[in-house]
Design a protein around this ligand. Structure first.
Ligand code: GLN
Length: 551
Protein backbone atom coordinates (compact mmCIF):
# COMPACT_ATOMS: atom_id res chain seq x y z
CA UNK A 1 0.00 0.00 0.00
CA UNK A 2 1.22 3.48 -0.84
CA UNK A 3 2.08 5.34 2.33
CA UNK A 4 -0.16 8.25 1.35
CA UNK A 5 -3.20 5.99 1.18
CA UNK A 6 -2.68 4.48 4.63
CA UNK A 7 -5.78 5.05 6.73
CA UNK A 8 -5.13 7.46 9.63
CA UNK A 9 -5.60 4.82 12.33
CA UNK A 10 -2.46 3.03 11.19
CA UNK A 11 0.34 4.41 13.30
CA UNK A 12 3.57 4.95 11.44
CA UNK A 13 6.68 4.18 13.41
CA UNK A 14 9.12 6.24 11.39
CA UNK A 15 12.00 5.25 13.64
CA UNK A 16 12.44 4.13 17.19
CA UNK A 17 12.71 7.74 18.27
CA UNK A 18 16.13 9.32 18.45
CA UNK A 19 17.93 6.01 18.80
CA UNK A 20 16.47 5.03 22.15
CA UNK A 21 17.17 1.34 22.68
CA UNK A 22 14.51 -1.03 23.97
CA UNK A 23 15.10 -4.09 26.12
CA UNK A 24 12.18 -6.45 26.72
CA UNK A 25 12.11 -8.81 29.67
CA UNK A 26 9.80 -11.80 29.45
CA UNK A 27 9.36 -14.69 31.83
CA UNK A 28 8.82 -18.40 31.36
CA UNK A 29 8.30 -21.67 33.24
CA UNK A 30 6.83 -20.14 36.40
CA UNK A 31 5.81 -16.81 37.81
CA UNK A 32 7.69 -15.12 40.68
CA UNK A 33 11.12 -15.57 39.11
CA UNK A 34 11.97 -11.98 39.91
CA UNK A 35 11.73 -10.25 36.53
CA UNK A 36 11.36 -6.95 38.38
CA UNK A 37 14.62 -7.38 40.27
CA UNK A 38 16.51 -8.55 37.16
CA UNK A 39 15.13 -5.58 35.19
CA UNK A 40 16.03 -3.16 37.99
CA UNK A 41 19.50 -4.70 38.34
CA UNK A 42 20.25 -4.44 34.62
CA UNK A 43 18.97 -0.86 34.65
CA UNK A 44 21.26 -0.10 37.60
CA UNK A 45 24.30 -1.45 35.73
CA UNK A 46 23.45 0.52 32.59
CA UNK A 47 22.81 3.65 34.63
CA UNK A 48 26.14 3.14 36.40
CA UNK A 49 27.80 3.16 32.98
CA UNK A 50 26.28 6.54 32.21
CA UNK A 51 23.20 5.56 30.21
CA UNK A 52 19.96 7.19 31.27
CA UNK A 53 17.67 4.25 31.76
CA UNK A 54 14.07 3.74 32.78
CA UNK A 55 11.95 0.66 33.33
CA UNK A 56 8.35 0.05 32.39
CA UNK A 57 6.01 -2.71 33.52
CA UNK A 58 3.23 -4.05 31.32
CA UNK A 59 0.63 -5.91 33.36
CA UNK A 60 -1.65 -8.29 31.47
CA UNK A 61 -4.63 -8.04 33.85
CA UNK A 62 -7.83 -6.22 32.94
CA UNK A 63 -7.99 -3.85 35.92
CA UNK A 64 -7.27 -0.31 34.73
CA UNK A 65 -4.67 -0.05 37.49
CA UNK A 66 -3.87 -1.99 40.67
CA UNK A 67 -5.56 0.70 42.79
CA UNK A 68 -8.70 -1.38 43.22
CA UNK A 69 -6.83 -4.61 43.95
CA UNK A 70 -6.72 -6.16 47.37
CA UNK A 71 -3.04 -6.30 48.49
CA UNK A 72 -3.41 -10.09 48.84
CA UNK A 73 -3.63 -10.25 45.02
CA UNK A 74 -0.37 -8.65 43.87
CA UNK A 75 1.06 -7.06 47.00
CA UNK A 76 1.23 -3.35 47.68
CA UNK A 77 0.02 -0.67 45.33
CA UNK A 78 2.91 1.70 44.61
CA UNK A 79 2.13 5.39 44.05
CA UNK A 80 4.16 7.71 41.83
CA UNK A 81 4.62 11.50 42.08
CA UNK A 82 2.05 12.05 39.35
CA UNK A 83 -0.51 10.08 41.34
CA UNK A 84 -0.52 6.83 39.39
CA UNK A 85 -1.47 3.72 41.35
CA UNK A 86 0.96 1.13 40.03
CA UNK A 87 2.52 -2.28 40.39
CA UNK A 88 4.97 -2.79 43.25
CA UNK A 89 7.80 -3.47 40.79
CA UNK A 90 7.91 0.28 40.13
CA UNK A 91 8.99 0.60 43.75
CA UNK A 92 11.99 -1.63 43.01
CA UNK A 93 12.80 0.45 39.93
CA UNK A 94 12.85 3.65 41.98
CA UNK A 95 14.75 2.11 44.89
CA UNK A 96 17.47 0.83 42.55
CA UNK A 97 17.70 3.76 40.14
CA UNK A 98 16.80 6.66 42.44
CA UNK A 99 14.83 8.18 39.55
CA UNK A 100 11.08 8.78 39.91
CA UNK A 101 8.70 6.82 37.69
CA UNK A 102 5.32 7.99 36.39
CA UNK A 103 2.03 6.74 34.98
CA UNK A 104 3.82 5.94 31.70
CA UNK A 105 5.94 3.34 33.51
CA UNK A 106 2.99 1.04 34.21
CA UNK A 107 0.40 -0.06 31.68
CA UNK A 108 -2.30 -2.68 32.12
CA UNK A 109 -4.44 -4.51 29.58
CA UNK A 110 -7.42 -2.68 31.08
CA UNK A 111 -5.87 0.68 30.23
CA UNK A 112 -4.92 -0.44 26.73
CA UNK A 113 -8.46 -1.62 26.00
CA UNK A 114 -10.01 1.44 27.62
CA UNK A 115 -7.96 3.68 25.38
CA UNK A 116 -8.76 1.71 22.21
CA UNK A 117 -12.46 1.57 23.06
CA UNK A 118 -12.54 5.32 23.75
CA UNK A 119 -10.92 5.92 20.35
CA UNK A 120 -13.51 3.67 18.73
CA UNK A 121 -16.34 5.61 20.41
CA UNK A 122 -14.84 8.88 19.15
CA UNK A 123 -14.91 7.43 15.65
CA UNK A 124 -11.16 7.49 15.27
CA UNK A 125 -11.05 4.16 13.45
CA UNK A 126 -13.32 5.44 10.65
CA UNK A 127 -15.63 2.46 10.48
CA UNK A 128 -12.93 -0.19 10.56
CA UNK A 129 -13.32 -3.43 12.50
CA UNK A 130 -11.34 -2.91 15.71
CA UNK A 131 -9.16 -5.95 16.42
CA UNK A 132 -6.46 -7.23 18.75
CA UNK A 133 -4.06 -7.02 15.81
CA UNK A 134 -3.40 -4.27 14.82
CA UNK A 135 -5.34 -2.01 17.17
CA UNK A 136 -4.51 -3.45 20.58
CA UNK A 137 -0.94 -4.28 19.57
CA UNK A 138 -0.46 -0.78 18.09
CA UNK A 139 -1.67 0.75 21.34
CA UNK A 140 0.82 -1.44 23.25
CA UNK A 141 3.64 -0.46 20.88
CA UNK A 142 2.79 3.17 21.32
CA UNK A 143 2.87 2.88 25.14
CA UNK A 144 6.25 1.14 24.94
CA UNK A 145 7.69 3.90 22.76
CA UNK A 146 6.17 6.75 24.76
CA UNK A 147 9.04 6.78 27.26
CA UNK A 148 11.59 6.71 24.44
CA UNK A 149 9.88 9.52 22.55
CA UNK A 150 10.34 11.92 25.44
CA UNK A 151 14.02 11.81 24.48
CA UNK A 152 15.09 11.55 28.10
CA UNK A 153 16.24 7.96 28.01
CA UNK A 154 18.98 6.12 26.16
CA UNK A 155 17.52 2.79 27.17
CA UNK A 156 13.97 1.75 28.07
CA UNK A 157 13.57 -1.64 29.72
CA UNK A 158 10.08 -3.06 29.38
CA UNK A 159 9.08 -5.88 31.67
CA UNK A 160 6.19 -7.98 30.42
CA UNK A 161 4.18 -9.24 33.39
CA UNK A 162 2.94 -12.82 33.58
CA UNK A 163 4.45 -15.87 31.94
CA UNK A 164 4.92 -16.60 28.25
CA UNK A 165 2.14 -18.93 27.16
CA UNK A 166 -0.54 -17.19 29.24
CA UNK A 167 -3.51 -16.28 27.02
CA UNK A 168 -3.55 -12.75 28.36
CA UNK A 169 0.15 -12.12 27.55
CA UNK A 170 -0.26 -12.91 23.84
CA UNK A 171 -0.85 -9.36 22.54
CA UNK A 172 2.21 -8.13 24.44
CA UNK A 173 4.48 -10.81 23.01
CA UNK A 174 3.05 -10.03 19.56
CA UNK A 175 3.86 -6.33 20.05
CA UNK A 176 7.42 -7.28 21.01
CA UNK A 177 7.68 -9.50 17.91
CA UNK A 178 6.60 -6.62 15.67
CA UNK A 179 8.95 -4.11 17.28
CA UNK A 180 11.84 -6.53 17.02
CA UNK A 181 11.09 -7.07 13.36
CA UNK A 182 10.76 -3.37 12.62
CA UNK A 183 13.74 -2.14 14.62
CA UNK A 184 16.03 -5.08 14.94
CA UNK A 185 19.22 -3.40 16.04
CA UNK A 186 17.45 -1.22 18.61
CA UNK A 187 15.63 -4.03 20.40
CA UNK A 188 16.59 -7.00 22.47
CA UNK A 189 14.72 -9.67 24.38
CA UNK A 190 15.84 -11.17 27.67
CA UNK A 191 13.91 -14.26 28.67
CA UNK A 192 13.95 -15.21 32.34
CA UNK A 193 13.50 -18.91 33.00
CA UNK A 194 13.93 -21.48 35.71
CA UNK A 195 16.50 -24.25 35.76
CA UNK A 196 15.14 -26.47 38.54
CA UNK A 197 17.22 -28.84 40.63
CA UNK A 198 15.83 -32.37 40.83
CA UNK A 199 16.98 -33.70 44.17
CA UNK A 200 16.22 -37.34 43.28
CA UNK A 201 18.38 -37.12 40.15
CA UNK A 202 20.88 -34.77 41.79
CA UNK A 203 20.79 -32.63 38.64
CA UNK A 204 19.82 -29.27 37.27
CA UNK A 205 17.30 -29.65 34.46
CA UNK A 206 17.29 -27.50 31.32
CA UNK A 207 14.20 -28.95 29.64
CA UNK A 208 11.69 -26.43 31.10
CA UNK A 209 13.91 -23.65 29.73
CA UNK A 210 14.07 -25.31 26.32
CA UNK A 211 10.30 -25.67 26.26
CA UNK A 212 9.75 -22.13 27.37
CA UNK A 213 11.99 -20.80 24.59
CA UNK A 214 10.14 -23.03 22.07
CA UNK A 215 6.92 -21.42 23.26
CA UNK A 216 8.36 -17.97 22.60
CA UNK A 217 9.60 -19.11 19.20
CA UNK A 218 6.11 -20.33 18.33
CA UNK A 219 5.02 -16.74 18.91
CA UNK A 220 7.77 -15.52 16.62
CA UNK A 221 10.19 -14.23 19.22
CA UNK A 222 13.77 -15.45 19.48
CA UNK A 223 15.20 -14.36 22.83
CA UNK A 224 18.69 -12.84 22.65
CA UNK A 225 19.66 -13.49 26.24
CA UNK A 226 18.50 -16.14 28.70
CA UNK A 227 18.60 -15.38 32.38
CA UNK A 228 18.38 -18.68 34.21
CA UNK A 229 17.16 -18.69 37.79
CA UNK A 230 18.84 -21.51 39.62
CA UNK A 231 19.68 -22.65 43.12
CA UNK A 232 22.98 -24.22 42.01
CA UNK A 233 25.87 -23.30 39.76
CA UNK A 234 25.17 -23.45 36.05
CA UNK A 235 28.34 -25.13 34.77
CA UNK A 236 29.80 -24.85 31.29
CA UNK A 237 28.18 -28.06 30.07
CA UNK A 238 24.74 -26.82 31.06
CA UNK A 239 25.38 -23.38 29.58
CA UNK A 240 26.53 -24.99 26.33
CA UNK A 241 23.45 -27.19 26.26
CA UNK A 242 21.06 -24.29 26.86
CA UNK A 243 22.84 -22.16 24.26
CA UNK A 244 22.67 -24.91 21.66
CA UNK A 245 19.01 -25.82 22.15
CA UNK A 246 17.80 -22.26 22.45
CA UNK A 247 19.82 -20.55 19.67
CA UNK A 248 21.67 -18.11 21.89
CA UNK A 249 25.40 -17.44 22.33
CA UNK A 250 27.19 -19.05 25.25
CA UNK A 251 27.88 -15.64 26.81
CA UNK A 252 24.15 -14.87 26.59
CA UNK A 253 23.28 -17.67 28.99
CA UNK A 254 23.27 -15.82 32.27
CA UNK A 255 23.18 -17.56 35.61
CA UNK A 256 20.89 -15.92 38.15
CA UNK A 257 21.52 -17.58 41.51
CA UNK A 258 19.37 -16.98 44.57
CA UNK A 259 20.85 -14.04 46.45
CA UNK A 260 21.04 -13.17 50.13
CA UNK A 261 19.60 -9.73 49.41
CA UNK A 262 17.89 -8.28 46.33
CA UNK A 263 20.54 -5.54 46.46
CA UNK A 264 23.21 -8.17 45.64
CA UNK A 265 21.63 -8.90 42.27
CA UNK A 266 23.18 -5.99 40.28
CA UNK A 267 26.65 -7.20 41.32
CA UNK A 268 25.79 -10.83 40.49
CA UNK A 269 24.57 -9.71 37.07
CA UNK A 270 27.73 -7.67 36.61
CA UNK A 271 29.83 -10.75 37.40
CA UNK A 272 27.87 -12.59 34.70
CA UNK A 273 28.49 -9.63 32.34
CA UNK A 274 24.81 -9.19 31.59
CA UNK A 275 25.30 -5.46 31.00
CA UNK A 276 28.21 -6.08 28.60
CA UNK A 277 26.25 -8.59 26.55
CA UNK A 278 23.27 -6.22 26.39
CA UNK A 279 25.42 -3.30 25.23
CA UNK A 280 27.18 -5.43 22.61
CA UNK A 281 23.90 -6.64 21.20
CA UNK A 282 22.51 -3.12 21.08
CA UNK A 283 25.67 -1.85 19.38
CA UNK A 284 26.32 0.58 22.19
CA UNK A 285 29.90 1.29 23.05
CA UNK A 286 30.15 1.40 26.78
CA UNK A 287 30.58 4.94 28.02
CA UNK A 288 32.53 3.90 31.07
CA UNK A 289 33.16 1.21 33.60
CA UNK A 290 30.13 1.01 35.90
CA UNK A 291 30.52 3.24 38.91
CA UNK A 292 29.03 1.17 41.70
CA UNK A 293 31.11 2.46 44.63
CA UNK A 294 28.12 3.81 46.55
CA UNK A 295 26.12 0.68 45.88
CA UNK A 296 28.96 -1.50 47.15
CA UNK A 297 29.41 0.57 50.27
CA UNK A 298 25.66 0.26 50.93
CA UNK A 299 25.99 -3.53 50.66
CA UNK A 300 29.03 -3.61 52.95
CA UNK A 301 27.15 -1.67 55.59
CA UNK A 302 24.04 -3.80 55.10
CA UNK A 303 26.04 -6.94 55.78
CA UNK A 304 28.09 -5.59 58.68
CA UNK A 305 25.67 -3.90 61.07
CA UNK A 306 27.06 -2.59 64.35
CA UNK A 307 23.87 -3.15 66.31
CA UNK A 308 20.24 -4.11 65.87
CA UNK A 309 16.77 -2.85 66.71
CA UNK A 310 13.44 -4.62 66.92
CA UNK A 311 10.51 -2.90 65.29
CA UNK A 312 6.86 -3.92 65.26
CA UNK A 313 4.99 -3.56 61.99
CA UNK A 314 1.31 -3.70 62.87
CA UNK A 315 -1.00 -4.19 59.92
CA UNK A 316 -3.78 -6.35 58.60
CA UNK A 317 -2.04 -7.90 55.58
CA UNK A 318 1.05 -9.23 57.38
CA UNK A 319 0.58 -12.78 56.01
CA UNK A 320 1.69 -11.45 52.64
CA UNK A 321 4.83 -9.42 53.20
CA UNK A 322 4.67 -7.95 49.68
CA UNK A 323 1.68 -5.94 50.94
CA UNK A 324 4.15 -3.72 52.80
CA UNK A 325 7.07 -4.02 50.37
CA UNK A 326 8.08 -0.35 50.35
CA UNK A 327 7.90 -0.16 54.15
CA UNK A 328 10.13 -3.19 54.67
CA UNK A 329 12.63 -1.90 52.08
CA UNK A 330 12.59 1.52 53.77
CA UNK A 331 13.56 -0.22 57.01
CA UNK A 332 16.54 -1.82 55.25
CA UNK A 333 17.69 1.56 53.88
CA UNK A 334 17.18 3.31 57.24
CA UNK A 335 19.01 0.50 59.04
CA UNK A 336 22.03 0.94 56.79
CA UNK A 337 21.92 4.71 57.37
CA UNK A 338 22.04 4.01 61.13
CA UNK A 339 24.59 1.17 60.83
CA UNK A 340 22.15 -1.25 62.37
CA UNK A 341 20.06 -4.23 61.42
CA UNK A 342 16.32 -3.69 61.66
CA UNK A 343 14.46 -6.81 62.75
CA UNK A 344 10.82 -6.45 61.84
CA UNK A 345 8.23 -8.29 63.90
CA UNK A 346 5.13 -8.58 61.73
CA UNK A 347 2.05 -8.36 63.92
CA UNK A 348 -1.50 -8.89 62.78
CA UNK A 349 -3.60 -5.95 63.99
CA UNK A 350 -6.65 -8.21 64.34
CA UNK A 351 -4.83 -10.18 67.03
CA UNK A 352 -4.17 -7.21 69.30
CA UNK A 353 -6.57 -6.61 72.19
CA UNK A 354 -6.39 -4.55 75.40
CA UNK A 355 -5.55 -7.80 77.21
CA UNK A 356 -2.58 -8.92 75.14
CA UNK A 357 -1.17 -5.65 73.77
CA UNK A 358 1.63 -5.44 76.34
CA UNK A 359 2.79 -9.01 75.74
CA UNK A 360 2.47 -8.75 71.93
CA UNK A 361 4.50 -5.54 71.86
CA UNK A 362 6.90 -6.33 74.69
CA UNK A 363 10.60 -5.69 74.14
CA UNK A 364 10.18 -3.74 70.91
CA UNK A 365 12.25 -0.63 70.32
CA UNK A 366 9.85 1.07 67.93
CA UNK A 367 6.32 0.61 66.61
CA UNK A 368 4.96 1.29 63.13
CA UNK A 369 1.23 1.21 62.39
CA UNK A 370 0.67 0.52 58.73
CA UNK A 371 -1.61 2.11 56.13
CA UNK A 372 -4.86 0.42 55.17
CA UNK A 373 -8.51 0.68 54.28
CA UNK A 374 -11.67 -0.45 56.05
CA UNK A 375 -12.54 -1.57 59.54
CA UNK A 376 -10.80 -4.94 59.82
CA UNK A 377 -8.11 -4.80 62.49
CA UNK A 378 -8.72 -1.12 63.33
CA UNK A 379 -9.25 -1.61 67.07
CA UNK A 380 -5.94 -3.48 67.32
CA UNK A 381 -4.22 -0.59 65.57
CA UNK A 382 -5.77 1.95 67.96
CA UNK A 383 -4.76 -0.22 70.93
CA UNK A 384 -1.21 -0.35 69.54
CA UNK A 385 -1.04 3.45 69.31
CA UNK A 386 -2.18 3.76 72.92
CA UNK A 387 0.56 1.40 74.03
CA UNK A 388 3.25 3.33 72.10
CA UNK A 389 2.00 6.69 73.40
CA UNK A 390 1.71 5.67 77.05
CA UNK A 391 5.01 3.78 77.14
CA UNK A 392 7.06 6.42 75.30
CA UNK A 393 8.00 4.02 72.51
CA UNK A 394 9.08 5.65 69.22
CA UNK A 395 6.05 5.54 66.94
CA UNK A 396 5.52 6.04 63.24
CA UNK A 397 1.94 5.94 61.95
CA UNK A 398 1.48 6.01 58.18
CA UNK A 399 -1.78 7.16 56.58
CA UNK A 400 -4.41 4.99 58.32
CA UNK A 401 -1.76 4.56 61.04
CA UNK A 402 -1.70 8.35 61.50
CA UNK A 403 -5.50 8.46 61.48
CA UNK A 404 -5.56 5.80 64.24
CA UNK A 405 -3.17 7.95 66.27
CA UNK A 406 -5.58 10.88 65.95
CA UNK A 407 -8.57 8.72 66.96
CA UNK A 408 -6.68 7.24 69.90
CA UNK A 409 -5.67 10.70 71.15
CA UNK A 410 -9.23 11.99 70.83
CA UNK A 411 -10.63 9.02 72.74
CA UNK A 412 -8.08 8.63 75.50
CA UNK A 413 -6.65 12.12 75.97
CA UNK A 414 -9.48 14.41 74.88
CA UNK A 415 -12.05 12.10 76.49
CA UNK A 416 -14.13 11.74 73.32
CA UNK A 417 -14.96 8.03 73.54
CA UNK A 418 -17.11 8.24 70.41
CA UNK A 419 -14.38 9.70 68.20
CA UNK A 420 -13.77 7.84 64.96
CA UNK A 421 -13.13 8.16 61.26
CA UNK A 422 -16.21 8.47 59.06
CA UNK A 423 -14.67 5.79 56.83
CA UNK A 424 -15.72 3.30 59.50
CA UNK A 425 -18.42 5.05 61.50
CA UNK A 426 -20.22 7.43 59.19
CA UNK A 427 -22.37 9.11 61.82
CA UNK A 428 -20.00 9.04 64.77
CA UNK A 429 -20.34 11.83 67.33
CA UNK A 430 -16.76 13.11 66.90
CA UNK A 431 -15.61 12.66 63.28
CA UNK A 432 -11.96 13.56 63.94
CA UNK A 433 -11.05 11.99 60.60
CA UNK A 434 -13.49 12.89 57.86
CA UNK A 435 -13.95 13.34 54.16
CA UNK A 436 -13.62 16.90 52.92
CA UNK A 437 -16.94 18.36 51.81
CA UNK A 438 -15.78 18.82 48.19
CA UNK A 439 -15.05 15.08 48.01
CA UNK A 440 -18.36 13.93 49.38
CA UNK A 441 -20.29 14.24 46.12
CA UNK A 442 -17.94 12.08 44.13
CA UNK A 443 -18.88 8.50 44.88
CA UNK A 444 -16.89 6.47 42.34
CA UNK A 445 -14.30 4.26 44.02
CA UNK A 446 -10.91 5.84 43.42
CA UNK A 447 -12.45 9.11 42.26
CA UNK A 448 -12.18 10.75 45.65
CA UNK A 449 -8.65 9.75 46.51
CA UNK A 450 -5.92 12.27 47.14
CA UNK A 451 -3.15 10.71 45.08
CA UNK A 452 0.44 11.60 44.30
CA UNK A 453 2.82 14.31 45.44
CA UNK A 454 1.70 17.24 47.59
CA UNK A 455 3.77 19.94 49.24
CA UNK A 456 4.00 20.09 52.98
CA UNK A 457 5.26 22.81 55.32
CA UNK A 458 6.95 21.58 58.51
CA UNK A 459 7.12 23.38 61.86
CA UNK A 460 10.65 24.29 62.97
CA UNK A 461 11.76 22.38 66.05
CA UNK A 462 9.49 19.40 65.41
CA UNK A 463 10.80 15.86 65.05
CA UNK A 464 9.85 15.82 61.39
CA UNK A 465 11.68 19.09 60.78
CA UNK A 466 14.78 17.62 62.44
CA UNK A 467 14.49 14.44 60.38
CA UNK A 468 14.23 16.23 57.04
CA UNK A 469 16.44 19.14 58.08
CA UNK A 470 14.12 21.32 56.02
CA UNK A 471 10.75 22.97 56.41
CA UNK A 472 9.53 22.33 52.87
CA UNK A 473 8.96 18.81 51.66
CA UNK A 474 6.91 16.97 49.07
CA UNK A 475 5.46 13.53 49.76
CA UNK A 476 3.11 11.10 48.07
CA UNK A 477 -0.45 10.51 49.19
CA UNK A 478 -3.06 7.79 48.73
CA UNK A 479 -6.11 8.27 50.88
CA UNK A 480 -9.64 9.54 50.94
CA UNK A 481 -10.04 10.83 54.51
CA UNK A 482 -8.33 13.73 56.29
CA UNK A 483 -7.73 15.16 59.73
CA UNK A 484 -10.82 17.22 60.57
CA UNK A 485 -9.58 20.75 61.20
CA UNK A 486 -12.68 21.57 63.30
CA UNK A 487 -10.91 19.74 66.14
CA UNK A 488 -7.37 21.06 65.56
CA UNK A 489 -7.36 23.68 68.32
CA UNK A 490 -8.44 21.17 70.93
CA UNK A 491 -5.81 18.64 69.84
CA UNK A 492 -3.04 21.24 69.89
CA UNK A 493 -4.09 22.62 73.27
CA UNK A 494 -3.76 19.10 74.69
CA UNK A 495 -0.38 18.19 73.24
CA UNK A 496 -0.96 16.72 69.78
CA UNK A 497 0.45 19.23 67.30
CA UNK A 498 0.01 19.54 63.58
CA UNK A 499 3.71 19.83 62.65
CA UNK A 500 3.18 19.41 58.92
CA UNK A 501 0.51 21.16 56.88
CA UNK A 502 -0.37 21.50 53.25
CA UNK A 503 0.59 25.13 52.49
CA UNK A 504 -2.25 25.56 50.00
CA UNK A 505 -5.21 23.87 51.71
CA UNK A 506 -4.21 23.87 55.36
CA UNK A 507 -4.83 20.12 55.56
CA UNK A 508 -2.96 18.45 58.39
CA UNK A 509 -0.26 16.16 56.98
CA UNK A 510 1.77 15.38 60.11
CA UNK A 511 0.85 15.11 63.78
CA UNK A 512 3.26 14.76 66.70
CA UNK A 513 2.85 14.45 70.46
CA UNK A 514 5.02 17.03 72.16
CA UNK A 515 5.90 15.27 75.43
CA UNK A 516 6.84 11.97 73.82
CA UNK A 517 10.37 11.09 72.66
CA UNK A 518 9.38 10.42 69.02
CA UNK A 519 5.75 10.11 68.03
CA UNK A 520 5.00 10.94 64.39
CA UNK A 521 1.86 10.31 62.36
CA UNK A 522 2.12 11.08 58.64
CA UNK A 523 -0.91 11.35 56.37
CA UNK A 524 1.41 10.74 53.40
CA UNK A 525 3.42 7.64 52.55
CA UNK A 526 7.13 8.24 53.16
CA UNK A 527 7.93 4.64 52.19
CA UNK A 528 7.35 5.34 48.48
CA UNK A 529 10.33 7.67 48.34
CA UNK A 530 13.02 5.69 50.16
CA UNK A 531 15.84 4.51 47.90
CA UNK A 532 19.29 2.96 48.32
CA UNK A 533 20.88 6.30 47.40
CA UNK A 534 18.45 8.32 49.54
CA UNK A 535 17.15 6.44 52.58
CA UNK A 536 14.00 8.22 53.67
CA UNK A 537 14.65 10.83 56.42
CA UNK A 538 11.52 9.90 58.38
CA UNK A 539 12.49 6.22 58.51
CA UNK A 540 16.09 7.17 59.32
CA UNK A 541 14.81 9.40 62.14
CA UNK A 542 12.44 6.71 63.41
CA UNK A 543 15.18 4.05 63.51
CA UNK A 544 17.56 6.51 65.21
CA UNK A 545 14.87 7.14 67.85
CA UNK A 546 14.35 3.38 68.26
CA UNK A 547 18.11 2.91 68.76
CA UNK A 548 18.10 5.64 71.38
CA UNK A 549 15.11 4.06 73.09
CA UNK A 550 16.92 0.73 73.16
CA UNK A 551 19.99 2.33 74.72
N1 GLN B 1 -8.37 4.44 54.56
C1 GLN B 1 -7.74 5.69 54.83
C2 GLN B 1 -8.20 6.77 53.86
O1 GLN B 1 -8.68 6.47 52.79
C3 GLN B 1 -6.23 5.55 54.82
C4 GLN B 1 -5.68 5.12 53.51
C5 GLN B 1 -4.27 4.61 53.61
O2 GLN B 1 -3.81 4.21 54.67
N2 GLN B 1 -3.57 4.56 52.48
O3 GLN B 1 -8.10 7.92 54.14
Amino acid sequence: MNILTLPPEVTLYSSMSNSTKYVFVTGGVTSSLGKGIISASLAKLLQARGYSTTIQKLDPYINIDPGTLNPYEHGECFVTDDGAETDLDLGHYERFLNVPTSQANNVTTGRIYQSVINKERRGEFLGKTVQVIPHITDEIKERIQLLGKEGTYDIVITEIGGTVGDIESLPYVEAVRQLKWEFEEDCLVIHLTLVPYLAAAGELKTKPTQHSVKQLLELGVQPDILCCRTEHELDLTLRRKIAKFCNVNMNAVIESRDAESIYDVPLLMQAEELDKVVLEKLNLTSKSIPDLDNWKSFLTRLKNPESEVNIALVGKYVELKDSYKSISESFIHAGVANNCKVNVKWIHSEKITPNNVDTELAGLDGILVAPGFGSRGISGKIETVKFARENNIPFLGICLGMQCAVIEFARNVLGKAEAHTTEISENCKYPVIDMMSEQKNISNLGGTMRLGAYKCQLSPGSNVFKAYNSDKISERHRHRYEFNNDFLEEFEANGMKATGKNPETGLVEVVEIENHPWFVGAQFHPEYKSTVANPHPLFVGFIAAALENKA
